[in-house]
Design a binder for this molecule. Structure first.
Ligand SMILES: C[S@@+](CC[C@H](N)C(=O)[O-])C[C@H]1O[C@@H](n2cnc3c(N)ncnc32)[C@H](O)[C@@H]1O
Length: 276
């Protein structure tokens, strides 16, 4: 399947996720990293059984393991190479368990976990309702599920990206499918969740980024999901077109940084906390 191939290609380059995480950490204005902010809101005593669905490079997995001295955390991801890579980082006595699996079909009994996280994952899955119902199924009564995501509003960088696509003559289909978060966002997430959970809350974090160099923004941009738009529209982007895109975005960033001294953008992130 084309979509699966895309995910594999993107996430096999695991350094992309790291580059994005490092950028967010380096240039944030919020007093703590987003991951810590999310985890600080969760009812963790230290002895829970936790599932991190779509664990990626382990941004939540490792800090969670530290907060669970008497508990365990199970990480699943659809990309097998991601799981292999994580496994190679584990100590023998780790309280982290790993398994390749699809969030839409979790290989666990009903009511297995006290806490389930599915952060920045739902907008990738084909059947968002199925994924949410699976998270609820494996949750114990009284447990909570966490769904972190971003906003459907275009960021300043997204807007620059779209303008560059337009300048290069790409179709509306490509231009408008270039924002995957829109599928499950802070704005529309409640419309999905209310079908499965009768009580959930939303927590928001407003961050302001200020990046002084073009190089840093470009590196972050290039580690993003540029090819997503093309996969969605079922169009291949050539190396040449990609180069032109980077060139145009780079030029725009240069002008902004020259005029304003830095590239500033607001970043809204957050999560839904759903109670079973
Ligand atoms: C944007 S990353 C988020 C990683 C991590 N949760 C975080 O917040 O840093 C999305 C992850 O979800 C995984 N993923 C996508 N579709 C999935 C599915 N159907 N089942 C399980 N994992 C999936 C991807 O392979 C990727 O590692």
């Amino acid at each position: 399947m084309r979509y699966q191939k895309y995910l594999l290609k993107h996430y096999q380059q695991t350094n992309r996720l790291q580059i994005r995480a490092d950028y967010q950490a380096k240039f944030r204005s919020a007093p703590q990293p987003f991951v810590d902010w999310v985890l600080d809101h969760l009812p963790i005593k230290g002895n829970e059984r936790v599932l991190d669905a779509g664990c990626g490079t382990g941004a939540y997995l490792f800090p969670l393991a530290q907060r669970l001295p008497q508990g365990t955390v199970t990480g699943i991801d659809i990309v097998p190479e991601m799981i292999d890579l994580l496994r190679s980082k584990l100590d023998d006595d780790s309280n982290i368990q790993l398994q390749q699996a699809d969030i839409q079909q979790l290989p666990f009994e009903d009511q297995t976990f006290d806490l389930v996280l599915a952060n920045f994952v739902l907008f990738h899955v084909e059947d968002i309702f199925k994924a949410i119902s699976e998270c609820k199924r494996v949750l114990k009564p009284g447990g909570v599920a966490v769904f972190a995501t971003g906003t459907s509003q275009l960021s300043r960088l997204d807007t620059i990206h779209r303008t560059a696509l337009k300048q290069l003559g790409f179709s509306k289909k490509v231009i408008h499918s270039s924002h995957p978060v829109k599928r499950f966002s802070l704005e529309n997430g409640a419309d999905y969740l209310r079908h499965h959970f009768s009580w959930f809350e939303q927590f928001l974090l407003h961050d302001q980024r200020q990046v002084p160099t073009v190089q840093d923004v470009l590196e972050y941009y290039q580690a993003g999901m540029i090819e997503w738009a093309f996969e969605q529209a079922q169009i291949d982007i050539t190396e040449d077109q990609l180069k032109q895109l980077y060139q145009l975005v780079g030029e725009r960033l240069e002008t902004i940084i020259e005029e304003e001294g830095a590239f500033r953008e607001s970043k809204l992130g957050g999560f839904f906390l759903a109670h079973k």
